[in-house]
Design a protein around this ligand. Structure first.
Ligand code: HMG
Ligand code: MG
Length: 311
């Protein structure tokens, strides 16, 4: 058996990655209520929204309002996606705790997603990082399409390293590596991480798995075996990228918790409370969520988890 970490940090990206892909507008008050519930589950990191162009992602056009209205709990970092200086102005106005910049390892997705080439993107992000740091904010970087790109095909790990080096040079403290279209398998994740970890420490890296082909939890196991102990996930398994057709949700927070707690890995998060929040989310979104553990919460599946695993 692989050596497992004692604890793992989960970064909840549902309110941003999850909702950005939803066609039907979720009322601002409902978004706030969902985030306030998430704040009471034991999570210490929530990506609340995104300050991209509202024309591109209308669902998150209420970013300033949401970030200003949530009841912030001590000890929780409330982060948001920021693509450029215009977005940073709005994020600072709403007093974001941490700024998340993002770009892709592949040209095709970078262009489709943020309308720039990779080379054009670096100076734009540098300005964001400088502005955020000088305002006393920390900055996290996302690299998308680290395994494969819906436009360009498979991506070489060396290309991911090149982009990561540039982002770390700018001053980001952590990079989240995204399998944006959720097609990666453990051997590919292992090859990628072996290359990445030649240059960076495991504690500088988080993994962000979408679950389009059902391989996300297997990829989490491979990441754990490489010493990674930070993962992004979305309540209810919501999520996707509007500029990566067919990409489905992130690994569900509750399914990830079941896996981690079952293996004795601490997260500080209550599975019960996440499941209850997922049921609340189903009501507000008027749709069924896909995760395995939300089916348990609905009473549709047997529940063999003992109390000690659930919390
Ligand atoms: P653009 O049209 O190239 O922007 O969009 P521009 O700089 O040419 O500006 C055009 C106009 O937009 C200007 O207004 C700007 O002020 C305005 P005008 O002068 O014409 O009146 N503008 C803005 N307004 C409000 N907020 C802003 C903003 N920026 C410009 N931030 C841009 C470039 C990046 C903004 C656009 O392409 C965009 O918003 N893209 C959204 C992409 C997105 O949200 N994708 C999903 C998130 S990424 C993801 O999901 C992957 C991830 O989960 C990891 C993984 O899974 O791999 C993170
Ligand atoms: Mg994503």
């Amino acid at each position: 058996m692989i050596a497992l970490p004692k604890s793992v940090q989960i970064k909840e990206v549902g309110p941003r990655d999850g909702l950005q892909n939803e066609k039907r507008f979720i009322e601002t008050a409902d978004k706030i209520a969902i985030i306030d519930k998430l704040s009471k589950t034991g999570l210490d990191y929530i990506e609340v929204t995104s300050f991209v162009h509202p024309k591109w992602i209308p669902q998150l056009a209420d970013a300033v309002e949401v970030l200003k209205a949530i009841k912030r709990q001590k000890g929780i970092t409330y982060a948001a996606l920021v693509p450029n200086s215009r977005g940073l102005d709005r994020a600072l106005e709403a007093d974001v705790d941490e700024v998340s910049i993002f770009m892709s390892a592949s040209e095709g997705h970078n262009k489709a997603n943020i309308n720039k080439t990779i080379d054009e993107t670096f100076p734009i992000l540098k300005e964001v990082v400088e502005g955020a740091l000088s305002s006393g904010k920390t900055v996290r970087g996302y690299i998308s399409t680290v395994i494969a790109c819906p436009y360009d095909g498979y991506v070489q790990p060396t290309q991911v390293v090149k982009v990561a080096e540039r982002l770390f040079e700018m001053g980001v403290t952590e990079i989240s590596l995204g399998d944006t279209i959720g097609v990666g398998v453990p051997t590919q994740v292992d090859t990628l991480l072996k290359e990445i970890l030649r240059y960076f420490n495991a504690n500088q890296i988080a993994m962000h798995f979408h679950d389009t082909r059902g391989t996300a939890l297997a990829n989490v196991m491979t990441s754990l075996s490489n010493g990674i102990n930070k993962f992004d996930s979305a309540i209810g398994g919501l999520g996707g990228c509007p500029y990566a057709k067919g990409a489905s949700g992130n690994v569900a927070t509750e399914d990830l918790l079941y896996l981690l707690h079952g293996m004795g890995i601490e997260t500080g998060i209550s599975l019960d409370k996440i499941q209850q929040t997922a049921l609340f989310l189903e009501q507000k979104m008027e749709k069924r969520l896909n995760s395995k553990l939300v089916a348990v919460a609905r009473g549709e599946d047997f529940d063999v988890t003992v109390r000690s695993l659930r919390n």
